[in-house]
Every structure is written in structure tokens, then in C-alpha cells.
Design a protein around this ligand. Structure first.
Ligand code: AMP
Length: 240
């Protein structure tokens, strides 16, 4: 697999299973040992419950509950849950080169440039527990990232289903206020939330238009169980 940043996106080619990832403007590829893997591994003794390989993409503003719902769905379907926020937080925690660079963007509620971390996502998706399908939580966040998934998926042509969580802004602020009291995420403060909501709102329509009929919209103002039930109803046809 070879990914390179081109003027308007990424180019992905298979290359004898050797991964390389170039940052624009850099001549030499980043070394593989700069990165580490993360994410929950599915139960290997259980088969995925899906009829066909499916990539579920969760779209939603911060505090919309997409992490919680993505995790629950992954467990139900026995497929991997990949959160780019978690992957990046792991890098920050381990103080890797990537983590040190990403931290600044994350703490300001800004998007981390895809060319910085695309490589760890590609590596994660190529793991065995993603072979029957996986859930992306927090990715894509730009049209360029959506194109990257399509390119990575171009050989397999797995089905893509997008679950869009919609929540009123005052509800998001209410949730974030209570979350900030219980957690110590540096970007999980009410003042950073506004920036993160704006970043999401700036790209939401582009992504919803990009995916068109693949999008199912869920009213996520309700409690966790009620939202989960709505999601379940929308995935019934995907089950074997
Ligand atoms: P999240 O946990 O999904 O809210 O992500 C936390 C932070 O990680 C975001 O505010 C971004 O700074 C960064 N991040 C996560 N996913 C992405 C992505 N797909 N593209 C760029 N930055 C990301």
C-alpha cells in the first residue's frame, strides 16, 4: 500500500504490503516505528454478524454520543471500532513524534492534518479484526478523508453505511458541561466545544452530500438506549 499526498487528496496503491506514507513537501517517507497501533480488538472466537463486509461511518458533532454508540454497535456486530480521536490520544499519551505534533491541533479543537496521521489509520484498517468490516468514529472529517476511504476500499468495494447523529446545540453544550466535570480531556471544555462544533458544522453538509443515499439520520437528542434502538432498526437488513 502506498499513500502519497497529491494536490487534491491521497493516492493509494498496493505495493507488496509495504506501507509508506509521505507528507507533502517531504522527500523521505516517515518511519513505521514512529507510530503505534491502538483500538479495541474484536472477539476472535466469534464471527461477525454481518451479511457482507460493511464499513460503518459515524458522523456527528462532539458530544453527540457517536463514540458510545459506535462502541455498542461494534460489540453487537463483533467488528472493530476505530476512533481516530482515540488513536491520536494514544499517540499524545505516548509522546510519539506524531502525538507531539497532533496535540497542539487537538487542544485547540482543530483538525489534525490528515497527512500527519493517515498512516496509522491505514495500518489499523489492515489489521485482521477489520477483515469483516469495521466502524469508523470521527473519520472522515473532510471530503479528502472521505476520498481516502473510497480509495482504500476500491479493491474490496465493501458496503459503506453512514450513521449521522443529529443533536441540538444547547443539548451538546449541556452534555459537554457535565462531561467536563467528570473527565480530564484537554479539548473537552465548553469553550473548546464551540470551535469543535463549528469545525463539524463547516463540513457536515459536504459529507452528507458526498455519501448521499448511504446516510441514515438519527435523532440523537434522546437517551443512549433510545438512540441505540434507532440505530439497530437501521442495520437490521445488514445482519446475516
Ligand atoms: P474526537 O475524539 O473524535 O472528538 O477527536 C478529538 C480530536 O482529535 C479532534 O478535535 C481533532 O483534533 C482530532 N481528530 C480526530 N479525528 C480526526 C480526523 N478524522 N481528522 C482530523 N483530526 C481528527
Amino acid at each position: 500500500m502506498f499513500i502519497s499526498k497529491v494536490t487534491s487528496g491521497f493516492r493509494v496503491n498496493n505495493y507488496k504490503n509495504n506501507y509508506s506514507f509521505q507528507r507533502s513537501g517531504m522527500l523521505s517517507p516517515l518511519k513505521a516505528d514512529t507510530f503505534s497501533f491502538s483500538g479495541k480488538v474484536q472477539d476472535k472466537n466469534k464471527e461477525s454478524r454481518l451479511k457482507e463486509k460493511t464499513i460503518y461511518i459515524f458522523l456527528g458533532p462532539p458530544a453527540s454520543g457517536k463514540g458510545t454508540q459506535a462502541q455498542k454497535l461494534a460489540k453487537k456486530l463483533n467488528i472493530a471500532h476505530i476512533s481516530t480521536g482515540d488513536l491520536l490520544r494514544e499517540e499524545v499519551k505516548n509522546e510519539t513524534k506524531l502525538g507531539l505534533e497532533a496535540r497542539e491541533y487537538m487542544n485547540n479543537g482543530k483538525l489534525v492534518p490528515t497527512e500527519l496521521f493517515g498512516r496509522i489509520l491505514v495500518d489499523r484498517i489492515s489489521q485482521e479484526d477489520c477483515q469483516n468490516g469495521y466502524i469508523l468514529d470521527g473519520f472522515p472529517r473532510t471530503e479528502e478523508q472521505a476520498q481516502m476511504i473510497d480509495e482504500l476500499n476500491s479493491k474490496e468495494n465493501a458496503k459503506i453505511k453512514v450513521i449521522q447523529l443529529v443533536v441540538d446545540e444547547d443539548k451538546l453544550i449541556e452534555r459537554m458541561t457535565s462531561r467536563a466535570k467528570h473527565q480530564s480531556r484537554e479539548d473537552d471544555t465548553v469553550d473548546k466545544l464551540k470551535t469543535r462544533i463549528d469545525v463539524y458544522n463547516g463540513v457536515k453538509d459536504t459529507l452528507v452530500n458526498y455519501y448521499g443515499e448511504k446516510v441514515v439520520t438519527i435523532d440523537a437528542n434522546a437517551d443512549i438506549k433510545a438512540v441505540q434502538m434507532q440505530i439497530d432498526e437501521n442495520i437490521q437488513d445488514d445482519l446475516a
